[in-house]
Design a binder for this molecule. Structure first.
Ligand code: IMP
Ligand code: MG
Length: 227
């Protein structure tokens, strides 16, 4: 695995104080979130994060790869409609970007499952918390997930969706961590295959935090609790 520099926003003095505080005669009058400006001058809301995260894939690398995945899906389903089903909440950012790289007639739906607890340990149990809103029968489903890890979630969802007789069912995952696989399953469209590290950002969380980081970052094992 290559080592990339610590995110620029982690070095930023701004992030140690992510709010602009306006005082009047010693009293706090107003507290506004500070915007950090990236090198290309686009503003980014300052994520409130600790240091110690390392970028694994930058937003530019992700954007390039997601565009390639969208083009491949558009070629594979040329002339057909697709139904993108995102797995809440981790897949939302990936689905939003991927969908805009697909030049087909596409609709969205979302599923929600419980798999991880608050932290990074897999419970082994998958439960459907929210089903799709509309029938999937006869449709070209692309199940969109942030990461394929043990494979328990996607194996379970594939079973559930296949029971409703879609025309086809493919899996698109931004990341694949094959080292942790328990259930034999492969994605049809994979962004990046990663080593056995816990990653956050671009929708992926650690105890519900860090989803808004624009890059995919690695959390060092020392920072992971035993939740
Ligand atoms: P699986 O059922 O083990 O394949 O897990 C899939 C789910 O686990 C994903 O949708 C993620 O929510 C979560 N997950 C697995 N690995 C990571 C990680 O490295 N960071 C954040 N979430 C992860
Ligand atoms: Mg998830």
């Amino acid at each position: 695995m290559f080592k990339t520099p610590t995110p620029e926003y982690l070095h930023s003095e701004n992030l140690r104080n992510p709010f602009i505080c306006v005082h009047l005669r010693g009293q706090l009058l107003l507290q506004l979130p500070r915007l950090v400006f990236r090198r290309d001058n686009t503003p980014m809301a300052a994520p409130i994060i600790q240091s110690g995260l390392e970028i694994l894939y930058t937003r530019e690398q992700i954007a390039r790869r997601v565009a390639e995945m969208g083009e491949q899906i558009s070629r594979d389903f040329a002339g057909q409609k697709v139904l993108l089903i995102g797995v809440l909440k981790g897949a939302t950012i990936f689905l939003a970007d991927l969908a805009r790289c697909i030049s087909l007639d596409a609709t969205f739906d979302f599923l929600s499952v419980s798999s991880y607890g608050k932290g990074h340990q897999q419970s082994g149990e998958v439960k459907l918390l929210k089903d799709v809103d509309h029938s999937v029968e006869g449709q070209n489903i692309i199940l969109v997930e942030d990461i394929l890890d043990t494979g328990l979630t996607l194996s379970y969802l594939r079973r559930v969706l296949n029971a409703h007789q879609p025309r086809s069912l493919k899996i698109a995952a931004l990341l694949d961590k094959p080292a942790r696989r328990i259930q034999k399953i492969e994605g049809d469209y994979i962004g990046f295959t990663i080593p056995n590290k816990f990653v956050v950002g671009y929708g992926l969380d650690y105890a519900e935090r860090y989803r808004n980081l624009p890059d995919v970052c690695v959390i060092p094992p020392s920072a992971l609790g035993d939740e």
